[in-house]
Design a protein around this ligand. Structure first.
Ligand code: SAM
Length: 284
């Protein structure tokens, strides 16, 4: 495993390529539009979003569907990407509230800002930064949401500590993310499968323990989708197919490997929605 800065740089490069590519050939971590198929947004959600926010969504769920965000509140979206959840949050909190996104990838921030302008929203802001060191004041947000991002962090304990720092007392975190058990070493070592949200995933137990260690309470998984073979092949095969087709300059990757890996991973990889709360009083 490379050092955390190198891992972040590689992940950012992959997402920069993904958001600037058309239908995508190389460097597309997850096929564009995968969210629309399996993530759980409604037609009503899609109807109010700019098409570019939907097409460039790379999440694994719909965290807001499980939240009770109210008008006037402040929502922080970690790894806000092209802005799909950020825009939905901004609509939920209304003009009296605020939606703040943080992302490290310039190209994603540019796309999010285009989408904010297209949606005509004035209560949204995207800040450049890393989720391990959030450019957000202490105890300043009501909600932390995130969609398929924390698995990509090489320093998850730092992310959990930052969530606990920025939430106001009594505030809630609701994230959609990938968790996994017993990832085979060859998958865990694959850089592209890291960017594809598989190789960096930790177990649900480790995830919950990390949140509790950061001081959050009432940690629970409120929804779970265990990926089947076809869904896993979609994640894995997106990279291998590109190489096998030769559009990344070859590389000799065996596409059958995608099927083998998917079969090995069945039952071990899930998309989860995890909720946690910051206590009203420290140590409560
Ligand atoms: C899988 S995409 C998800 C984007 C968005 N949440 C969505 O649902 O479409 C991951 C996003 O997180 C950003 N990201 C990954 N690791 C990050 C980190 N450590 N700090 C800040 N942003 C990060 C990437 O730049 C990318 O935009």
């Amino acid at each position: 495993m490379s050092d955390p800065s190198t891992t972040r740089r590689d992940v950012s490069a992959d997402y920069a390529r993904a958001v600037t590519s058309g239908t995508g050939c190389c460097g597309e971590p997850v096929p564009k539009g995968v969210v629309a198929r399996i993530a759980g947004y409604t037609d009503e959600d899609f109807a109010v979003l700019p098409a570019e926010a939907v097409v460039n969504s790379f999440g694994c769920g719909n965290p807001l569907a499980f939240s009770m965000v109210q008008p006037g509140q402040v929502v922080l979206d970690l790894g806000s990407g092209a802005g799909i959840d950020l825009l939905l949050a901004a609509k939920r909190v209304g003009p009296a509230g605020r939606a703040i996104g943080v992302d490290m990838t310039d190209e994603m921030i540019a796309k999010a800002n285009e989408n904010v302008a297209a949606a005509g929203l004035a209560n949204v802001e995207v800040r450049k930064g890393i989720i391990e060191d959030l450019p957000v004041a202490d105890a300043s947000v009501d909600w932390v949401i995130s969609n398929c991002v924390i698995n990509l962090s090489p320093e998850k304990a730092r992310v959990f500590a930052e969530i606990a720092r920025v939430l106001r007392p009594g505030g809630t975190m609701l994230v959609s993310d990938i968790v996994a058990d017993d990832i085979p070493p060859e998958i865990a070592a694959n850089r592209h499968l890291y960017s594809s949200c598989l190789a960096g995933a930790v177990s649900e137990q480790e995830y919950a323990a990390g949140l509790r260690a950061a001081g959050l309470v009432d940690v629970e998984t409120v929804d779970r989708l265990v990926y089947d073979t076809a869904q896993l092949e979609m994640f894995i095969g997106s990279e291998l197919k590109d190489d096998a087709d030769g559009c990344c300059g070859g590389g000799g990757v065996d596409p059958a490997q995608a099927c083998r890996w998917a079969e090995q991973l069945v039952g071990k990889v899930s998309s989860v929605k995890v909720r946690a709360r910051k206590p009203e009083k420290a140590g409560a």
